[in-house]
Design a protein around this ligand. Structure first.
Ligand SMILES: NC(=O)C1=CN([C@@H]2O[C@H](COP(=O)(O)OP(=O)(O)OC[C@H]3O[C@@H](n4cnc5c(N)ncnc54)[C@H](O)[C@@H]3O)[C@@H](O)[C@H]2O)C=CC1
Ligand SMILES: O=C(O)C(=O)Cc1ccc(O)cc1
Length: 375
């Protein structure tokens, strides 16, 4: 099979031009190339462009290239609108979309400046990413199984909307149509507030003693993973969605005030002081009912898997051997977490499987000599 031959037919014919070839742009380029679609790349940074080319995300756009049918703007949000307007004018027959994490501000600016080109613009936002920037972190499978929000303004043509929905589907995502403000309110809660919460918690660790950090477990890692994100990109995202994010944070501040008041009371008057246990339990219970509402895999209703925890020697090939032996047992791994302890030569693999598979899998792994850990 020739390199980059399509594995399944796609609706996007190409060429697709990607402007901004960092994490999102290069990931999209890789996914489209894997589907056999021609990709033209452009970036304000020659180094970012060369890197995206070298990872296989496409070919740098050049004079004399065939006209793109679709332009995807994957720049930071603060320059997305002006880039969309420039690309609409530069390619008078192309549909133009952007993948920025905020939508209302960009839609307003494009509506103001795009004039007669507005029917070819459809905003969008793949709900897929990671805490690293640049093409070096790009992944052809980044969008697989993720929602991709499509935000057609009132002037968008049906053909333009279809082209952007098809792009999402062609790279394995599920298109979801929302209004711009509806999108921004939603991501304030499910993406922007979590980013701030992770950053605020992780910031407390800067002065923590080494001995305390050595005790860190999976809870801290779960809560702080996205604290490693790019500060400049996130500052642009947060100011671009300032109103909804400030609203969500004000509500958090009210809850925080309640927690601090209850803790102060316990610290001053003793742990059984009236008015301290109740508010604290209430906050934890509210979190518990919130977390229960996060949909499970594939966007379906939350599903409870059973977990099998296995000790893994920190040696090459051990994880692969575990996976193939679970496969040989005819059991599907629904999810996976890895835990490492500082300075330990072993890790823990926590395999999520259907509840009915827990016991047979534990028995089988035990029989094959794995150390199954009771938790
Ligand atoms: N990082 C993430 O997890 C996600 C990011 N997004 C959105 O995708 C967009 C890109 O984000 P990333 O790929 O993470 O950022 P990135 O920093 O990895 O890449 C951005 C690229 O845009 C280029 N660029 C900057 N200004 C430009 C201009 N005026 N013209 C052309 N190129 C320009 C930069 O040189 C850089 O290569 C942002 O709007 C972000 O909000 C959307 C979903 C997830
Ligand atoms: O890493 C994660 O879990 C993310 O949620 C990444 C992400 C970051 C920014 C977006 O606009 C969308 C998704």
């Amino acid at each position: 099979m020739p390199e980059n031959a399509p594995t399944s037919p796609v609706a996007t014919t190409g060429p697709v031009k990607v402007v901004g070839t960092g994490l999102l742009g290069a990931s999209l380029g890789l996914a489209l190339r894997a589907a056999g679609v021609a990709v033209q790349l452009a970036d304000a940074s020659p180094t970012a462009l060369a890197l995206a080319r070298d990872v296989g995300a496409g070919t740098p756009a050049a004079d004399g290239d065939p006209e793109p049918v679709l332009v995807v703007v994957a720049t930071p949000p603060d320059v997305a609108a002006e880039t969309v307007v420039a690309e609409l004018a530069r390619h008078p027959r192309a549909v133009v979309t952007d993948v920025a994490s905020v939508k209302a501000l960009i839609a307003d600016e494009v509506a103001r400046d795009a004039g007669a080109h507005l029917d070819r613009y459809v905003g969008s936002h793949p709900m897929a990413g990671r805490e690293r920037s640049g093409a070096a972190a790009a992944d052809a499978d980044l969008f697989v199984g993720r929602p991709w929000v499509v935000v057609p303004g009132p002037h968008a043509s049906p053909a333009a909307v279809l082209a952007v929905r098809s792009l999402a589907t062609d790279v394995g995502a599920s298109p979801v149509t929302l209004g711009a403000q509806e999108h921004d309110d939603a991501v304030a809660l499910v993406s922007h507030l979590p980013q701030l919460a992770a950053s605020l918690v992780a910031a407390r660790l800067r002065e923590a003693p080494e001995a305390a950090l050595g005790l860190a477990g999976q809870g801290l890692r779960d809560v702080t993973r996205i604290a490693a994100s790019d500060p400049q990109l996130w500052a642009a995202i947060l100011v671009g969605n300032a109103g909804p994010v400030a609203r969500a944070l004000r509500e958090v501040r009210e809850d925080l005030d309640t927690v601090v008041t209850a803790l102060d009371r316990a610290a001053q008057e003793g742990p059984l002081a009236p008015g301290s246990t109740g508010p604290l339990a209430h906050v934890v219970a509210a979190g518990r009912s919130g977390v229960g509402r996060i949909p499970g895999k594939h966007g379906g209703a939350p599903r409870r898997y059973g977990e099998v925890t296995v000790l893994i020697p920190d040696e090459p090939g051990e994880l692969g051997r575990l996976f193939s032996e679970v496969g040989e047992a005819g059991i599907n791994i629904e999810d996976l977490q890895l835990e490492h302890s500082a300075g330990q030569p072993v890790g823990l693999a926590i395999l999520s499987v259907l509840p009915s598979a827990v016991e047979p899998l534990e028995d089988e792994l035990d029989r094959r000599g794995w150390r199954v850990v009771a938790r």
